[in-house]
Write a protein that binds this ligand. Structure first.
Ligand SMILES: *[C@@H]1O[C@H](CO)[C@@H](O)[C@H](O)[C@H]1NC(C)=O
Ligand SMILES: *[C@@H]1O[C@H](CO)[C@@H](O)[C@H](O)[C@H]1NC(C)=O
Length: 410
């Protein structure tokens, strides 16, 4: 699958650079467009790798933010440490300057609160050991392109290192993401941290009063109590009968992006669904969506998930940056002996009723007759997909929402 993506990409790069460059306001440059598409491929690889990890329950990854952290690695790197980043981003032919400006442009576009009307707070921090001296040039350009802050930290004093990392994350997310990590394992590398808070703002809100307690079936034998929100409306929907899956797409404010839910008919481990989940399959599902009356019930929960992506990125081809003996991150400090020892990717997401006013003219008409049911009371996968750039803003799964255990009735 990876090889196929790569081939497709080379074609894209070639045809995109042949096209005339667009520079009007709010039109993405070719480089940003290419990177948007490629970060979508990255989404599936990362998700699949993460899903295979034992003990992983909920998943929450922002591929465009991971792409920008990879850009940061390239900014601090030289030689093949940089070319590996470009290979992962399928951007081998993109020049360094275009890589950085393209990634910056993409992230600015998709996270703009004014045009998007969603809450998406993204903070990035690079921590190095006490012995590091950051180069001015790196400090300036990493701030410019990746809005990244820097600090030295005494990793030998683990307790205070961990607490200053977590304090920074809490502060930068208004306390929504209070803990990025419980431990820092190594004392001689640099750590990149993304701390985020995302709250979808629906194009049409859920009914604030129609929230009640229901059971969420983590598995056949384990149910937790969660709040559920409800609304009926016309949504893009596809009932994949052969795979026994329901696919629902709900627009976020101004319809600039939407949340795509993929859920098995009944409670089951997500492995079966995840085996099907590729960029190509998603495109097939997207092509089959049809406007349908759907009665939607979703958990109204907040989730906080922190992943250390260092190993996953190594598996995707970032083998040098993560290897102490091979990494060349000398643009960070002028020295070659630092490597990427962790990449913490921490997001808090709040599923809530908030959104713009509902268009009430549809109620009482035939259009909402006999709605399909989309009752999300068991594990599902979701993506937040951008309409304009096709970038995947988030990919994740809800397997175990927070909630009190309810004893199952016979
Ligand atoms: C979205 O728009 C609504 C209505 O204009 C506004 O009340 C709300 O604060 C906005 N939310 C964000 C996150 O911009
Ligand atoms: C780092 O922490 C260790 C353990 O607390 C301490 O011994 C050492 O002096 C500290 N180093 C610096 C540079 O502060």
């Amino acid at each position: 699958m990876w090889v196929t993506n790569l081939v497709a990409l080379v074609f894209q790069v070639t045809s995109a650079s042949a096209a005339t460059s667009a520079s009007a306001d709010n039109v993405l440059s070719n480089h940003a467009t290419i990177l948007a598409d490629n970060s979508a491929s990255l989404a599936f690889s990362l998700y699949q790798n993460m899903a295979r990890e034992k003990n992983t329950e909920n998943i929450l990854i922002s591929p465009v933010v991971v792409a920008s952290s990879l850009g940061l690695v390239a900014l601090g790197g030289k030689a093949s440490t940089v070319s590996q980043v470009k290979t992962i981003l399928n951007a081998a032919k993109v020049k360094d300057e275009q890589l950085h400006s393209g990634l910056a442009e993409l992230l600015t576009e998709v996270s703009d609160p004014k045009t998007r009307n969603v809450t998406w707070k993204i903070s990035n921090h690079l921590y190095g050991p006490s012995s590091i001296n950051f180069l001015d040039d790196f400090i300036k350009s990493s701030k410019k392109y990746y809005n990244c802050d820097h600090s030295k930290i005494n990793f030998s004093d683990k307790k205070s290192a961990v607490s200053s990392i977590n304090e920074w994350a809490a502060k930068s997310t208004d306390s929504k993401m209070p803990e990025v990590t419980k431990d820092v394992e190594t004392t001689d590398g640099v750590i990149i941290i993304n701390a985020m808070f995302f709250k979808p703002h629906w194009d049409e809100q859920f009914h604030h009063q129609l929230v009640d307690n229901r059971g969420f079936l983590v598995s056949r034998s384990y149910t937790v109590s969660v709040q559920m929100m409800h609304r009926t409306g016309l949504f893009d929907f596809y009932d994949d009968k052969s795979n026994k899956l329901s696919i629902l797409s709900m627009p976020l404010a101004h319809k600039k992006s939407s949340v795509v839910f993929i859920m098995p008919y009944h409670v089951e481990p997500l492995e079966r669904l995840e085996k099907l989940l590729t960029k190509k399959q998603l495109d097939i599902w997207m092509g089959k969506l049809q406007q349908t009356a759907v009665a939607v019930s979703l958990p109204k929960v907040s989730m906080e998930v922190s992943h250390n992506l260092q190993k996953q990125l190594g598996e995707l081809g970032l083998t040098e940056a993560v290897d102490k003996s091979k990494a060349d991150l000398s643009r960070i400090s002028g020295r070659k002996d630092f490597y990427l020892s962790s990449m913490f990717h921490a997001s808090a997401m709040e599923w809530d009723t908030d959104g713009n006013e509902i268009d009430a003219s549809i109620f009482g008409t035939d259009k909402l007759k006999n709605p399909k049911l989309f009752y999300a009371d068991h594990p599902f996968t979701f993506l937040v997909k951008d309409q304009k750039t096709n970038a995947i803003l988030f990919i994740g799964r809800v397997v175990r929402p927070k909630g009190e255990k309810i004893r199952d009735e016979l």
